[in-house]
Design a protein. Structure first.
Length: 195
């Protein structure tokens, strides 16, 4: 009968079949996180990205830039508050500094700005209308439940403070913003493709 192998021995055989990582993989593993750290420093400490990128060799810079761009793109979000607006501008400025095709990038930025404007104007109206409709619907459901339980109608209940209302509102908000986020993600992919 054959010899039984331990789980460790089996795992080592599988790992042995993978082989040594390529030079490209080693560079990626080392320098993509460097770019990510650089992006964090840029947001926290206003690091000079071009000066920092200049410290890397050409073959390393490609991976540093990839890590940097990943974090910058994640920081472009719907401008729900002043911090998000500030981060959007900062991220977009940084991406513009590291990309070569400025006009292609500006075309995508124009589309992103339109999304932001639409979200701020019509989106705000949509959110207010959806909130009021949900509030009325919730009020009606609570009144019906009270009648079914034999409670007197007209008791004042603050529906907005109810956990179920908050939960439903967050779901509705996520749905409304989801349409904007889908477009924003598409434009971020366009930015990734720009050199």
């Amino acid at each position: 009968m054959g010899e039984m192998k331990s789980a460790f021995e089996k795992a080592m055989e599988r790992v042995g079949g993978i082989g040594e990582p390529s030079k490209e993989e080693k560079l990626q593993w080392k320098y993509v996180p460097e770019g990510q750290r650089l992006a964090v420093a840029y947001f926290k400490e206003d690091a000079n990205l071009l000066a920092e990128l200049g410290k890397f060799k050409e073959e390393e810079r490609r991976f540093v830039t990839r890590g940097l761009e990943e974090v910058l793109l994640r920081n472009i979000t719907l401008p729900l508050n002043e911090l998000a607006k500030k981060n959007n501008k900062k991220a977009m400025d940084a991406i513009k500094a590291i990309k070569k095709d400025k006009s292609g990038l500006e075309n995508v930025y124009t589309k992103i700005r339109r999304i932001f404007e639409h979200h701020a104007q019509q989106g705000e109206q949509q959110r207010k209308q959806a909130y009021e409709m949900l509030k009325q619907d919730f009020q009606l459901r609570i009144q019906q439940a009270m009648q079914q339980q034999g409670l007197p109608p007209g008791a004042k209940i603050n529906v907005e403070s109810q956990p179920q209302f908050q939960e439903e509102w967050h779901r509705a908000l996520a749905h409304l913003d989801g349409q904007y986020n889908t477009l924003l993600d598409e434009y971020k992919r366009e930015i990734e493709a720009i050199r």
